[in-house]
Design a protein around this ligand. Structure first.
Ligand code: ZN
Length: 259
């Protein structure tokens, strides 16, 4: 089970990767090494459960089976998210069914920069319709004004698919991006903001809470690309109440993911 820390907040990190990404100095490891490496980073930071996905293959089934290798070995510590790509529409539903029904994954991860298709484009429809039918959260990579997945695009999508909780990965990134992400959250009640990124200036968590409310902000780290302790520290040392910190650290994620 998760490490028992009496009275401690439950900590769920909604943004983690299974697999290698050499361009960022994150090298190929055997699956066993990769799993131990991610777990060690979680244990050092006090993360109880890590949400994980693989986005490195055009074949979503290959991605999800790699993620399942992690989840299967430590189902109490890892929560799988299904990768879905609009590039192979004839395969995407079967891949999602395998990941959600077969592997028990709890949400969908999309990465529009790989597909080069804006989130508002009709080609995402099979994936978003599946999420809507199942009430699954969708975590998307986002940035400030990106024509593919800029935070300003999400209110339209969120209104089209109201049963989906839309999690804006990186919450738009920069100060301006976060301000725009807060405006998107104000425009649609089913938009949530996830905090990870490598260039976050001081006060970023307080900015998101002021703009969107603590119940709409989620801990994410990009583990193992980025040490989760950085993001734990940003939340724990933020100028917020303990109740607000508990929401961000895990209570919001538990509610959205139904875990
Ligand atoms: Zn990431």
């Amino acid at each position: 089970m998760t490490p028992a820390r009496k009275g401690a907040a439950r900590v769920i990190d909604v943004h983690g990767h299974a697999g290698a990404w050499q361009q960022y100095g994150w090298y190929d490891r055997t699956p066993k090494d990769g799993i131990a490496w991610v777990l060690r980073a979680m244990d050092r930071a006090g993360v109880d459960q890590q949400c994980l996905f693989t986005i490195f293959h055009g074949d979503a089934r290959k991605c999800n089976r790699d993620t399942h290798e992690f989840v299967r070995t430590h189902p109490d510590r890892f929560i799988g998210f299904a990768f879905a790509t609009p590039l192979y529409p004839e395969e995407c539903r079967d891949a999602l069914v395998e990941a959600i029904d077969g592997f028990g994954f709890k949400a969908i991860k999309i990465y529009p920069p790989y597909a080069r298709i804006p989130v508002t484009d009709v080609r995402w429809e099979p994936i978003f319709t599946f999420a809507q039918e199942r009430g699954l959260p969708v975590l998307s990579h986002t940035s400030a004004e990106d024509p593919l997945c800029g935070v300003h695009l999400f209110p339209e999508v969120a209104k089209r698919y109201p049963a989906v909780s839309w999690i804006l990965g990186h919450a738009g990134g920069s100060y301006e991006g976060r301000a725009a992400a807060c405006r998107s959250a104000q425009a649609a009640p089913n938009i949530y903001l996830e905090i990870c990124g490598s260039n976050r200036d001081p006060g970023s968590i307080e900015q998101l809470v002021a703009g969107a409310g603590a119940e709409r902000v989620l801990l994410g780290s990009d583990n193992p690309l980025i040490d989760p302790r950085i993001h734990l520290g940003r939340v724990l040392l933020a100028d917020l109440t303990n109740a607000q910190k508990r929401l961000i650290l895990g209570e919001n994620a538990a509610r959205l993911l139904k875990v």
